[in-house]
Design a protein around this ligand. Structure first.
Ligand code: IDP
Ligand code: MG
Length: 140
């Protein structure tokens, strides 16, 4: 049975700064997902806070907001079979030291906070994040 999903992926400021955007996009294409939309720029404080609202009580939240608003991000909608789980698998664990070899974070991240990329972790968060970053909706 097919399970076509749309997910939200965002290359964080460290990934863009290090020139990894092209390599990362290629990896998602390589697992058969396709890009539907892209927004490139420096996130507003308001959008960053909404995006990470779930973490607002965590000790790292202020640093997380400062980091994500510190530079250019590449925010994207991607579609494909099991897109949410497949992209999380390719991204790897939050902490790069726990990430499987060959995942984006194992290959490129060297700290838990600057970990290159964000990916939605479920259907509800994907719907929320896609609506936040692409309020005009998506064509597919
Ligand atoms: P995820 O990005 O793998 O979904 P979350 O637990 O949702 O991980 O955390 C969101 C982001 O917050 C992480 O990607 C990372 O940038 C940051 N973060 C998570 N845990 C820590 C921590 O213990 N210290 C510093 N930053 C953290
Ligand atoms: Mg998360």
């Amino acid at each position: 049975m097919s399970n076509e999903q749309t997910t939200f992926l965002m290359i964080k400021p460290d990934g863009v700064e290090r020139g990894l955007a092209d390599e990362i996009i290629g990896r998602f294409e390589g697992i058969g997902l396709r890009m539907l939309a892209m927004w490139v720029g420096k996130p507003s404080l308001e959008r960053a806070e909404a995006h990470y609202a779930v973490h607002k009580e965590r000790p790292f939240y202020p640093d997380l907001i400062e980091f994500i608003t510190s530079g250019t991000v590449v925010a994207m909608a991607w579609r494909g079979e099991d897109a949410i789980e497949a992209s999380r698998r390719l991204i790897g664990a939050t902490n790069w030291e726990d990430a499987e070899p060959g995942t984006i974070r194992a290959d490129f991240a060297r700290s838990i906070d600057k970990n290159i990329i964000h990916g939605s972790d479920g259907e509800d968060t994907a719907a929320f994040e896609l609506g936040l970053w692409f309020p005009d909706g998506l064509e597919d």
